[in-house]
Design a binder for this molecule. Structure first.
Ligand SMILES: Nc1nc2c(ncn2[C@@H]2O[C@H](COP(=O)(O)OP(=O)(O)OP(=O)(O)O)[C@@H](O)[C@H]2O)c(=O)[nH]1
Ligand SMILES: [Mg+2]
Length: 193
């Protein structure tokens, strides 16, 4: 739909929006592509490639009109690019998360393969402070064995309780139905603007 790196360029709020947040390289663009079953958002091996808020109109199969938007946000948490990221955060990420009236649900993506990071904790505290509806998506779970994944989910649960956690893999599709159910639930309760 559009790509905005300044709050003045956000599209006028209309449909409910689902935001995808998390460290650079955690798999935000990949989760979006997996949910829609198409290469909508650009993915990359280079952390920090998404540097604006990308708004995508989402129309469900069999439905005549778009019903919601996905917003792909820039990542954070890599020292090399942290100065620019903090400027982005002040200029358009913070205003988006705190003020956007159409924001229905935030997915906070956390890599299930790495130990809890202070940057993730900051994001979760920020979301709790804004009182936004939010859910943790534990990404790249295909890289862990069953018992490793259970352990990782326990650690995340202890770290971020009571936020719900959904294990996810863009590779295998694990968690896709669960995320869609949560998306549809959040937009069904969302006041019409
Ligand atoms: N094994 C595995 N790799 C994944 C998965 N999701 C993403 N990746 C890989 O992780 C890398 C980063 O994925 P992106 O979706 O571009 O990550 P991003 O969070 O959008 O990154 P930025 O836009 O840079 O913040 C890519 O090389 C993906 O192929 C997954 O579920 N499993
Ligand atoms: Mg991205």
């Amino acid at each position: 739909m559009t790509s905005a790196s300044d709050a003045a360029h956000f599209p006028a709020p209309s449909l409910p929006e689902i935001a995808f947040l998390g460290r650079s390289n955690v798999g935000k663009s990949s989760v979006i592509n997996s949910l829609v079953g198409a290469k909508l958002a650009r993915t990359s091996n280079t952390p920090g490639r998404t540097r604006s808020i990308n708004f995508f109109e989402i129309r469900r199969a069999g439905h005549p009109k778009p019903e919601l938007l996905f917003t792909d946000l820039p990542g954070y948490g890599f020292a090399k690019i942290s100065r620019e990221i903090s400027q982005d955060w002040a200029r358009f990420v913070d205003p988006y998360l705190t003020e956007r009236p159409s924001l229905a649900l935030c997915f906070a993506l956390i890599d299930s393969n790495i130990p809890p990071q202070s940057s993730d904790r900051q994001l979760l505290e920020f979301l709790a402070a804004t009182k936004r509806n939010h859910i943790i998506v534990a990404t790249k779970c295909d890289r862990l064995s069953g018992s490793e994944l259970q352990k990782a989910l326990r650690t995340l649960g202890q770290e971020y309780a009571p936020t719900p956690i959904v294990p996810f893999s863009a590779k295998t599709g694990t968690g896709k139905d669960d995320l869609w159910a949560r998306i549809l639930h959040s937009i069904s309760n969302f006041p019409v603007l």
